[in-house]
Ligand binder design. Sequence first.
Ligand SMILES: NC(=O)c1ccc[n+]([C@@H]2O[C@H](COP(=O)([O-])OP(=O)(O)OC[C@H]3O[C@@H](n4cnc5c(N)ncnc54)[C@H](OP(=O)(O)O)[C@@H]3O)[C@@H](O)[C@H]2O)c1
Length: 290
Amino acid sequence: MSDRTKLMAGKTVLVTGGTGGIGRATAEGLARLGARVAVTGRDITRTRAAAAEIAASTANPAVDAFAADLSALAGVRRLAREVLGAYPRLDVVVNNVGGFWARRHVTDDGLEYTLALNHLAPFLLTNLLLGRLTASAPARIVTVSSGAQALGKINFGDLQGERAYSGQRAYNQSKLANVMFTYELARRLAGTGVTATAAHPGVTRTAFGAEDPTAMMRAMTLIARPFMKTPAQGAATVVYLASSPEVEGVTGRYFANRKPKRSSKSSYDTAAAAQLWQASARLTGLPATV
Ligand SMILES: NC(=O)c1ccc[n+]([C@@H]2O[C@H](COP(=O)([O-])OP(=O)(O)OC[C@H]3O[C@@H](n4cnc5c(N)ncnc54)[C@H](OP(=O)(O)O)[C@@H]3O)[C@@H](O)[C@H]2O)c1
């Protein structure tokens, strides 16, 4: 296929966390389809090296690197400013960055780390980029959730695990929040030509949870590692949602293995999704009406 006939030729895509794991494989998949791809990571040297490797392995030189610690609201805002400054149009945003922490950590903003990185960062980043996405419509927002959403519960009384923290509960809640955010976003974006979908990548061999795993996770990972998906397999549904004509116009849906799937019952609670949106807007300093 020549460069001009590739599916994503002429499209610009932002993938958060393109330095490793599912994000990197997503960036590779989309670069291979001809997109200009922006990848992010906390360390600019490492991120530039990853961008260069993706460019070389896909024979697509249009891979750009941005440094951003997305656990910090200021980091999210800076990334949004830089992306808006760099790209006059933005066709796809893939909210991929996320992780698991066994113990409760707090960000520089005083927010619980899992909620901040897994949910508030994509919430804020997407909202800050919405104007550009809408102006570039048709455009897509893909948020990487997890099958863990099915076990999630949004604890509005203790959203940040201040009274009682469990890494698994915080993770499940954040991945349910990814889905509820996606559904609420799709409702708010109806008629704009910008779609919002969420993906479960499947259990994938990455550095997931490595910063602060539980003993159980460490043991399970050792045993299950050979049977896990490769990063490219984990990224397949994300790449599909970001690029395939089959899902053009499809919005407000959750996908696994490139197929729409019902998410947890509570993810369809529209009142809870609106309440979560308002709480997220308050915590990130956005007006609730955005
Ligand atoms: N792996 C699985 O089995 C699995 C299953 C279901 C869902 N998921 C979801 O898939 C997504 C990607 O997970 P993964 O397994 O690919 O994880 P990973 O291998 O740990 O990759 C994480 C990526 O996020 C970046 N990152 C981490 N902390 C960051 C921060 N504070 N600010 C900015 N970037 C940060 C890392 O970049 P730097 O280290 O270079 O900063 C790296 O590029 C997550 O949302 C996860 O919940 C994963």
